[in-house]
Ligand binder design. Structure first.
Ligand code: SIN
Length: 309
């Protein structure tokens, strides 16, 4: 399909940081989007890695319908047991649940840099997060551009990283010995991914290190735990350098749509102690099995591929 310029579609796409992020206005996500608008949003997603929409008055059904325009929508999460009734695709990120289940206040399920569910052999291709209830201040989210992180490495380090495979594993935050912790352990998700993955659409190379899922295993194939730890520290810090990031201030009706193959993100842990609720809803799109620069595929150790419909 020939690309229609954003301006002709009534869309305004404005970059918001030097390496990552753009805000899209001129679209109402309650409406059925035409193919040209979907193509333009997809193009912006691939260029800017995360795109933001504001003041979108949509609910679960419209969020899922919007997601379906971009790919197959997965169930909420491989280990999610309580999606909202009638919406098995929706993952609630709800501070009230975390406080109840974990016994301490927190505003998101993970306050470390991560790419969504990289313990799967086919991590989601993209995630769409919609804000509903927000603290009056705090609780922002940041994203980092993993393509910029890779491209700005010295060539020798890029060449070295191209050869590495890193172990990713799911770690539950549920109380040790609890029924949930046992269930997650029984169906544990573990995979090895190339440290550098080639994006199947753009062909760009991304530094695919997901601290939240690689910190537990601390294993780069062929290296000792100590060597792996030191190398991972280097790759994590390169992937999350401040200059590659954008920080988003949520309001009810804000939406962030990110390319999970080219970004990692961080729920900033500055609001749990304030005692305000924070509720967002996420859907994810089915992802492919990553490939390294030489075409090698990620390897599944345990857990099934995560498929959408
Ligand atoms: C997520 O990691 O998908 C949620 C991020 C957030 O809570 O800000």
């Amino acid at each position: 399909m020939t690309a229609v310029p954003a301006s002709r579609l009534g869309l305004d796409i404005v970059p918001v940081a030097g390496y990552i992020g753009a805000e899209i206005t001129g679209v109402d996500l309650r409406e059925d989007l035409d193919d040209a608008t979907v193509a333009e949003i997809r193009r912006a997603l691939h260029e800017y890695k995360v795109v933001f929409f504001r003041e979108q008055r949509i609910g679960h059904a419209e969020q899922v319908a919007f997601a379906r325009r971009f790919g197959k929508v997965t169930p909420a999460h491989p280990h999610e047991e309580n999606p909202p009734e009638g919406f098995p695709e929706i993952l609630p990120i709800d501070s009230r649940r975390y406080e109840k289940n974990l016994g301490r206040p927190r505003t998101s399920y993970d306050h470390s840099w991560h790419t969504d569910v990289t313990a799967l052999v086919n991590p989601p291709a993209a995630s769409i997060l919609r804000a509903d209830i927000l603290p009056p201040y705090g609780g922002d989210t940041a994203w980092t551009n993993l393509v910029a992180a890779y491209e700005n490495l010295p060539k020798e380090l890029r060449d070295f990283a191209d050869t590495l495979d890193i172990k990713h594993q799911f770690q539950t935050r549920a109380t040790t010995g609890s029924q949930r912790a046992r269930k997650v352990e029984e169906a544990n998700l573990v995979a090895y991914h190339p440290a550098v993955r080639v994006h199947p659409v753009t062909g760009e190379r991304a530094l695919f290190v997901s601290p939240g899922f690689t910190r537990g295993a601390r294993e780069i194939r062929g290296f000792s735990p100590d060597q792996s730890e030191r190398l991972l520290q280097l790759l994590w810090s390169e992937a999350t350098r401040t200059e590659y990031t954008v920080r988003f201030r949520w309001a009810p009706g804000s939406i962030a749509f990110w390319d999970n193959r080219a970004t990692a993100h961080l729920a900033i842990a500055d609001a749990g102690h304030l005692g305000h609720d924070r509720v967002l809803y996420r859907v994810t799109l089915e992802g492919d099995v990553p490939r390294g620069v030489d075409g090698r595929e990620s390897e599944r150790v345990s857990g099934q591929p995560f498929l959408g419909a």
